[in-house]
Design a protein around this ligand. Structure first.
Ligand SMILES: C[C@](O)(CO)[C@H](O)COP(=O)(O)OP(=O)(O)OC[C@H]1O[C@@H](n2ccc(N)nc2=O)[C@H](O)[C@@H]1O
Ligand SMILES: Nc1ncnc2c1ncn2[C@@H]1O[C@H](COP(=O)(O)OP(=O)(O)OP(=O)(O)O)[C@@H](O)[C@H]1O
Length: 316
């Protein structure tokens, strides 16, 4: 049976700005999303049973219909019933390395990999933008995960404009294994606490553009200047997550006192990343954080920014 093995990278948010609440329950955002070199491996294999099956080596990730990888395959089967009938079922195997429920788009990148894998398995020849449109039906972060790299995301996160890629900027990533933050809770809390500061009353596009704060970090990205990027990191969701989760606040403070270029929570948390001058500094910072917080529940990774989205590792 034919199969593809795909590399599915995680993302961090270099900028996350909430512009307002939308009628559909989502929030209008301006984000800068960045792929990192910390990936799951997804294999998508044709099967002779007319069914979708998911296996995952991580005990906390469901292997049933609630897995977003299952939902991605089911969407492809619904959108392309003739191909589903012709090529048969799909067996999906997920080797999970990205921390779960971390604000790193772990599920979203798995879904993007399944879309890419099934497109190849069924010879559909979909374009990147067609794959991104399908991804938007599964989650706001899924379209970005298809192509990855560095991008500005607007709307609810699904409208993408590519930025020049940032390679080899080293980061340290920290996440407490047992700590999870609900994304709906984070947005809802923000709306309840800071709804008044929304830009909903700004109607003209030029007024709205002038009020958006992502300009300085975009300039830093265009300059490919790690120090400048690190100084301009921003995440509105920190305003609700840090007061509620002291461990996340402690990670931010521990990174800051370790002399990194800059530090921020990713997405809705609870993972925190720190931008470093070099791989060597990143390794030193990792050791220092480990000494300061010798809690085995804390996972620490040294990784780097990458320009890759979903990639094919092998095909049989
Ligand atoms: C926090 C981020 O990861 C940052 O990149 C994303 O904004 C969330 O991306 P995601 O997990 O793919 O989000 P979705 O699965 O689309 O939505 C999960 C929930 O988050 C909230 N949500 C998400 C995106 C958005 N623009 N506004 C929202 O209010 C909604 O309550 C939604 O029900
Ligand atoms: N393939 C999957 N990988 C990881 N989690 C999954 C998957 N499918 C479903 N889930 C469930 O989704 C929840 C969120 O996990 P995920 O790792 O995607 O969060 P996240 O990194 O915060 O995502 P995002 O940054 O897109 O909001 C988990 O609690 C898990 O049970």
């Amino acid at each position: 049976m034919r199969s593809y093995t795909l590399i599915a990278p995680a993302k961090i948010n270099l900028h996350l700005e909430i512009l307002g609440a939308r009628a559909d329950g989502y929030h209008e955002l301006v984000m800068i999303l960045q792929s990192i070199d910390l990936s799951d491996e997804i294999s998508v294999q044709a099967s002779d049973r007319q069914a979708i099956r998911v296996r995952c080596d991580h005990p906390e990730v469901p292997a049933d219909k609630s897995n977003i990888a299952y939902k991605a395959a089911n969407l492809m089967a619904t959108e392309f019933p003739a191909a589903f009938a012709k090529y048969g079922g799909v067996d999906i195997t997920i080797n999970k390395r990205i921390p779960v429920a971390a604000g790193l788009a772990g599920g979203s990148t798995n879904a993007a990999a399944v879309l890419v894998g099934i497109d190849l398995l069924w010879n559909l020849g979909l374009t990147q933008s067609e794959l991104e449109e399908l991804g938007a039906q599964l989650g706001s972060d899924v379209p970005f995960c298809v192509g990855g790299g560095t991008a500005i995301a607007t709307g609810r996160g699904e409208q993408l404009s590519a930025l020049p890629s940032l390679n080899n900027i080293y980061i340290v990533l920290a996440k407490y294994r047992s700590l999870a933050v609900s994304t709906p809770w984070a947005y809802k809390s923000y709306r309840e606490q800071f709804g008044d500061s929304y830009l909903n009353d700004i109607h003209s596009l030029s007024e709205r553009a002038a009020a958006i704060h992502s300009g300085p970090i975009v300039k830093a990205i265009l300059n490919k200047d790690a120090t400048e990027i690190a100084q301009k990191l921003h995440n509105d969701l920190e305003r609700v997550v840090l007061p509620e989760y002291p461990q996340v606040l402690q990670l931010r403070e521990t990174f800051a006192s370790a002399g990194v270029l800059g530090t921020m929570m990713s997405g809705s948390g609870p993972s925190v990343f720190a931008i470093c001058e070099s791989q060597q500094q990143a390794e030193q910072v990792k050791l220092r954080v480990r000494e300061t917080i010798p809690d085995e529940d804390l996972e620490l990774f040294v990784t780097r920014m990458t320009s890759h989205g979903i990639q094919i590792a092998s095909s049989v």
